[in-house]
Design a protein around this ligand. Sequence first.
Ligand SMILES: Cc1cc2nc3c(=O)[nH]c(=O)nc-3n(C[C@H](O)[C@H](O)[C@H](O)COP(=O)(O)O)c2cc1C
Length: 320
Amino acid sequence: MLSIGRVTVASSLILAPMAGISDLPFRLLNRSFGCGLAFTEMISASSLVHRSKNTSKMLSTTTEDRPLGVQILGGDPEIIKRALELISEYAFDIIDFNAACPVKKVVSRGEGAGLLREPAKLQTLLKGMVENACVPVTAKIRSGWDEPSVNAVEIALRAEDAGVSGLFIHGRTKVQGYSGRVDYSIIREVKKSLKIPVIASGDALTPDLVKKLFDETGCDGVAVARGALGNPWIFRETAEHLRSGTVPRCPDGYEIAQTMRKHLALNIAFHGEKTGVMLFRKFFPWYTGAAVVKELKERAFRTETRDEMLRRIDEVSRPE
Ligand SMILES: Cc1cc2nc3c(=O)[nH]c(=O)nc-3n(C[C@H](O)[C@H](O)[C@H](O)COP(=O)(O)O)c2cc1C
C-alpha cells in the first residue's frame, strides 16, 4: 500500500505514463492484472488550453480507471495555470508534472528534461502547480541532464520544498534516453533525502528487475513502462514474486489469446473499429514475441478489421 498525499494506492506497482500507449484501453487492461495506479500519457499544457481534439481523447476516463493521474508537460507558469483550471473539470486523483521527457523538440522549448538544467525555475513551476491544483501534485524527473551534471537529489529536494506529494525518478540521464545502465544509487540517494514517497523507474522489465529496483533503492513504489507492453501479466507476476519469492507462472497460449481479444475489444469500444484495430497492430508482436513467424506479424500489421484481427489472433494461438 502506498499513499500519495490523500490518495491511497492499493499496490505499489504503478503503470508509468507512455506517450502513444497509455490510453484508456491500455490502462484498464493493466489494471485488470493488478496495477495500483495509472497515468495518462504526457499532455502538453498548451494543447490543453487550445482544447485540441486529440487532447480530449487523452483525458477520457471511466469510474473503473481509478486512481488515475494526469501528466502535464509545460514550461510557462500562466499556461500551466490555465491548463490546471481546465483539468479541474475532470476527476483526476493526481496531477504529475513531466520534467523527464528527453525528446529534442520538448527540451529545446525548455520543457521536460530541459527543466533539469533550471532547478530554480522547476521549483517555482511546481510551487505554482501545488497552489493551483485541487489534488496532489507529483513530479517525474530523471537522474540529471548528463553524467557530469547528475543533480536528482537537488531537484528532488526542491520539488519536495515546493510541496509535491510524491516523486517519480527514472534512473537515467536525459542524454542516455532509454538506453544504457539504470543508476540505482542515485534513486537510493533521492529516497534517503526525501520524506515524500519516491517511485522508481527504469528497466522494470521483469518481476526480478522490479524486485531489484525495490531492493537496491528502498523506493516506495515502482513504475512499470516497457515491461507492460504486450505483457499486462507483469503486474500479477511481480506481485506474486514479491509476496512469495517464487518464480511466477507465465500466461499460457490460451490466456495470451484471450487477453489480446480483450485488448482489441477495449480498443474498438473506445476508438471505433478502424482506429482501434490500427492501434492494436503495434501491440500484436509485443504479445506474440519472437516465437511467432515474421510473415504472421506482417499480416497482422496489414489488418484493418475486427474480424480479420481476431483471425490473426486465432492463428497465433493455433499456428498452422
Ligand atoms: C513509448 C514510450 C513513451 C513514453 N512516454 C512517456 C510520457 O509520456 N511521460 C513520461 O513521464 N515518461 C514517458 N516514458 C518513460 C517511461 O515512463 C519510463 O520512465 C521509462 O520508459 C523507463 O522505464 P522502463 O525502462 O521500465 O521502460 C515513455 C517511455 C516509452 C518507452
